[in-house]
Design a binder for this molecule. Structure first.
Ligand SMILES: [Zn+2]
Length: 83
């Protein structure tokens, strides 16, 4: 009876994989043109009223980020209509 169990992965790879869950990063996409911006978020990033600037279309968009969920903020009060 032969038992051929070959594990080709070195133990260090497991460490790397475990870390990857926390250090997972995603590029923020511009809500206007859909291009990648220069900002990245992590799985545990929390942003509130973050001014996301797009280098492609030069638009600035306010967003909230929570657990990789990006919410676009439309703020009519920001236009500055003060009586
Ligand atoms: Zn854009």
């Amino acid at each position: 009876m032969r038992n051929h169990t070959q594990i080709s992965e070195p133990p260090q790879y497991y460490d790397k994989e475990g870390d990857d869950i926390v250090s997972k990063r995603e590029w923020l996409l511009c809500p206007v043109c859909g291009c990648k911006t220069r900002d990245r978020i992590r799985a545990d990033t929390e942003l509130k009223n973050f001014p996301l600037f797009c280098p492609k279309c030069k638009h600035e968009t306010l967003i909230n980020v929570s657990k990789l969920n990006i919410t676009l903020i439309t703020e009519p009060a920001a236009i500055g209509a003060e009586p």
